[in-house]
Ligand binder design. Structure first.
Ligand SMILES: NC(=O)c1ccc[n+]([C@@H]2O[C@H](COP(=O)([O-])OP(=O)(O)OC[C@H]3O[C@@H](n4cnc5c(N)ncnc54)[C@H](OP(=O)(O)O)[C@@H]3O)[C@@H](O)[C@H]2O)c1
Length: 249
């Protein structure tokens, strides 16, 4: 197999679609994983019209049968996976309630996608990632998952106090660090990405960066050389005045 096979979850819009587009522009085969068939096929159509070798793969990260079926499809059709971007993520309208007002229902819902979904997808695809010569796993996290950044009283996030989304990304950061540790003697690299605050549906387009700029972070981590790092939270550095680099956990 000579072409790079990359799968992006939640690839039908936002940063995921922009990531798929940037992979397609590299000449890679990009598997556009989406939970909704109509939205997934439309993203596939748009990317193919732009010249990308894009293919919709049905995948709801919270549905174990869907995850297993997606992995079987990739196994059957491609035999391996070079790049997995765990991009799908959610935030909830009541997710900005104070910690003392947090509902378990919201907490569970956010964790199902942002944490359990990533573990389910990664474990289902790991046998295929191991078959690639030097696979890369990118977990799309956030600086709000950095306990150091969130606890800094002088930092840009000092006013943010919600539990569900930030703690889900903090958990995702630990998940990333543990996979990197398990896989440290292999050629596989596992890193968490901080896209920065990007204008997408996620935040009603209030972000000051574009989805394309956010996607650059995932693409960087998906294309790390053999001597590149593993087990980092890397991306946009708001407190450092912009630019890219490693963020504190
Ligand atoms: N935007 C930002 O400022 C920002 C900052 C830091 C981190 N992030 C992270 O970046 C990632 C992408 O965010 P975005 O801004 O591009 O958000 P978005 O525009 O809301 O897109 C989210 C994507 O995730 C998909 N998704 C949600 N639940 C899913 C599930 N159960 N199975 C499969 N796909 C699912 C959505 O599919 P549907 O279309 O079917 O809903 C959609 O494609 C997320 O992990 C987010 O936490 C975003």
């Amino acid at each position: 197999m000579t072409t790079t096979i990359a799968l992006v979850t939640g690839a039908n819009r936002g940063i995921g679609l922009a990531t798929a587009r940037q992979f397609g522009a590299r000449g890679w085969t990009v598997l556009v994983a989406a939970r909704d068939a109509a939205r997934g096929r439309e993203a596939e159509r748009v990317l193919r019209a732009e010249g990308a070798d894009a293919r919709f793969v049905p995948l709801d990260v919270t549905d174990e049968a869907s995850v297993a079926a997606a992995a079987e499809l990739v196994e059957r059709e491609y035999g391996q996976l070079d790049v997995l971007v765990n991009n799908a993520g959610i935030v909830r309208a009541d997710g900005s309630a104070s910690p003392s007002e947090t509902t378990l229902a919201t907490l569970r819902e956010v964790y199902e996608t942002n944490v359990f979904g990533v573990v389910a997808v990664t474990n289902a695809f790991l046998p295929l990632l191991r078959k690639a010569p030097a696979a890369r796993i990118v977990n799309v996290s956030s600086e709000v998952g950095s306990i150091a950044a969130m606890a800094d009283p002088q930092g840009a996030l000092s006013e943010l106090t919600s539990v569900p989304y930030p703690s889900s990304k903090a958990a995702l950061n630990m998940v990333t660090a543990m996979y990197a540790k398990e896989l440290r003697d292999t050629a596989i690299k596992v890193n968490a990405a901080n896209p920065g605050y990007c204008a997408t549906d996620f935040n009603h387009h209030s972000g000051f960066r574009t989805a394309e700029e956010g996607a650059e972070v995932s693409v960087h981590l998906a294309t790390l050389p053999a001597d590149g790092p593993s087990g980092l939270l890397w991306g946009y550095q708001m407190d450092a005045g912009g630019g890219y680099g490693t963020l504190p956990w």
